[in-house]
Design a protein around this ligand. Structure first.
Ligand code: ADP
Length: 554
């Protein structure tokens, strides 16, 4: 940097001077040498004060130096300031021939005008000619003085000196051409760099505008969590968490967990998780406090550098407050309504029971009352299902349980239903089959899968239960040969209130809640449930449970 300044400093200084000062500055070194000579002459070589040639040389130098300042170079066409170094040859000639033989060697002063002419970069060929003939003409008068008694040394000196000056001129020309080429290259690169810089600034501006226009918060961070790119939404989010001044992942930030009250430990904050290289989606956090608190669904993807190493992460924040609140309100409504339904329904069923116990009841009324009772019981079962799905957490109490006996009970309870529907039931389950499960809940899940298998096989067929186990997991599969469903339906079948079109068209009774409850039960055990099916090809539901004790993580 310092070297750079040193190189650029004098050049810039020179450029900032006016043309007169520039010309004078070029002439200054030679003028200083001649001024020193002039001052020393009375003391060192007083005889020279009587040499008209020598004195006129000094005078000419003085005039030339004054001329540098006085001539209005800037107004003259073609800026003929190279006249000064040309006239320098004349002045040096006067000085040198006036001083010889008392003060030899003054011819060497020609190096100054030679340098000036050659370095100016102008009059390329003329400057080479002048660099040779200028010094030669200076040598000629002394040669002429010795004529005709010239020695070979006289002639050689007269030729060698101009040749040396020509060599100096050539060396300077080559060097300056080289420098000029380099400068041109540098200027070209400089222009390219500026263009690239301008383009990259424009792209950056465009990117920022696009980012600010999106309604999700975006933060790109480096490996240490330092923000690289961010947008308006994300800044708003950071303001809400009171983290504007803190580095991401550090300081006190109002980021809460799902219960909206527990502050997340720093390592659980989205950015902190992202900079460990973790990739996640739908990670719900609450930002800020009180009425301003917002639910944020966050997602992160790692950033990799060109060599494939971890370079940081992009974290995206979507405000899902409205959605979360609507869901909570929906669940609250369902849970309140179903709770309010339960008491009158229990009363209806209880009273029907009492009436049915009355022997005096005519048979045709008791038949009608049985229909009322069956429907009231169905309604109560539906309300219980609604209550179960409305509560986000379902209580399970797992323990060492034999699944084979649960399968047996489940098949036993649907035996009559299967016979009515002309369905053959079978099980291929080793006994005992131990799993870490809540027998009541898994029994409920199995009942639901088996009764669905029968219900959705309207033309009869087969329903079978099979098992597979490994050291860590136990799998139960319930398969049927019934109506099945499309591949797309299999992805939505566990959603609340979802019913396939074929089930609706076939007018098979159902509310679309059983499988969502079954899924909640299985996931409450830390297990999974999947569905494989094809339209008209039957279905297989497979639930996987931990074999023994809770698994380490899911
Ligand atoms: P419900 O049976 O009360 O409608 P479920 O949640 O148990 O509710 O099932 C949801 C939907 O999934 C059903 O309505 C039906 O369309 C489809 N389904 C469930 N089990 C089967 C099956 N074994 N074969 C075909 N479709 C099924």
């Amino acid at each position: 940097m310092a070297e750079h300044l040193l190189q650029r400093g004098p050049a810039r200084l020179f450029r900032e001077l006016g043309p007169r000062s520039q010309v004078a500055l070029c002439q200054l070194p030679l003028t200083l040498v001649v001024a020193a000579l002039a001052i020393a002459t009375p003391f060192a070589w007083p005889a020279l004060l009587h040499s008209p040639l020598y004195m006129s040389g000094i005078l000419l130098f003085a005039i030339l130096f004054l001329g540098c300042f006085l001539v209005p170079w800037e107004r003259l066409a073609h800026r003929p300031y190279l006249l000064i170094p040309i006239l320098d040859f004349l002045a040096i000639g006067l000085l040198r021939n006036g001083a010889a033989p008392l003060l030899p060697g003054l011819a060497v002063l020609t190096v100054f005008p030679v340098i000036w002419l050659s370095a100016s970069g102008m009059l390329a060929r003329s400057s080479l000619i002048l660099s040779f003939f200028g010094p030669m003409l200076i040598m000629v008068p002394s040669l002429a003085g010795r004529f005709p008694n010239l020695t070979p040394s006289d002639i050689t000196t007269t030729l060698l000196f101009p040749l040396m000056m020509l060599a100096v001129s050539l060396a300077i020309r080559f060097a300056s051409v080289h420098v000029r080429l380099q400068q041109r290259e540098l200027a070209e690169k400089d222009r390219e760099l500026r263009k690239l810089l301008r383009e990259s600034r424009e792209r950056e501006k465009l990117l920022q505008t696009v980012l600010d226009a999106t309604d999700v918060g975006i933060a790109a961070v480096d490996r240490s969590g330092r923000l690289l790119v961010t947008n308006d939404r994300q800044r708003h989010f950071r303001r809400a968490t009171g983290a504007e001044d803190a580095a991401p992942g550090q300081g006190h930030q109002l980021i809460f967990g799902q219960d909206r009250r527990t502050l997340l430990p720093p390592e659980k904050r989205p950015i902190s998780r992202a900079i460990t290289g973790e990739s996640f989606a739908d990670y719900l956090v609450w930002a800020g406090e009180g009425a301003e608190q917002r639910a944020m669904s966050t997602a992160a993807r790692p950033l990799t550098s060109e060599d494939g190493s971890f370079a940081g992460a992009v974290v995206v924040y979507s405000d899902v407050t409205g959605w979360v609140e609507a869901l909570a309100a929906n669940q609250e409504l369902v849970s309140n309504v179903s709770h309010e339904f339960k008491t009158p329904l229990n009363s209806v069923i209880g009273n029907i029971d009492l009436i049915l116990d009355d022997d005096a009841l005519p048979p045709h009324l008791s038949r009608r009352l049985l229909v009322v009772q069956r429907n009231a019981e169905r309604l109560l079962a539906l309300v219980s299902d609604l209550t179960a799905t409305a509560s986000s957490a379902l209580n399970v109490h797992p323990k060492r349980t034999d699944l084979a006996s649960l399968v047996e009970t489940s098949l036993g309870s649907v035996q009559a239903q299967a016979e009515r529907a002309h369905i053959q039931l079978s099980a291929d389950v080793p006994s005992p089959l131990w799993a870490y499960a809540d027998p009541l809940r898994i029994g409920q899940a199995l009942d639901n899968l088996v009764s669905n298998a029968i219900k959705y096989s309207p033309d009869g067929g087969k329903v079978s239960i099979s098992a597979r186990s490994s050291e860590d997991w136990v799998q139960l599969s319930v398969s049927d040969t019934g109506m099945g469903m499309s591949r797309e339906d299999t992805t939505r079948v566990f959603k609340r209130f979802f019913r396939t079109e074929s089930a609706r068209n076939a007018a098979i009774a159902g509310a679309g809640l059983g499988l969502s409850i079954t899924k909640m039960i299985v996931e409450g055990h830390g297990g999974t449930i999947t569905c494989e099916s094809g339209q008209g090809k039957g279905s297989t539901f497979t639930l996987t449970l931990p074999a023994d004790g809770p698994p380490p993580s899911f």
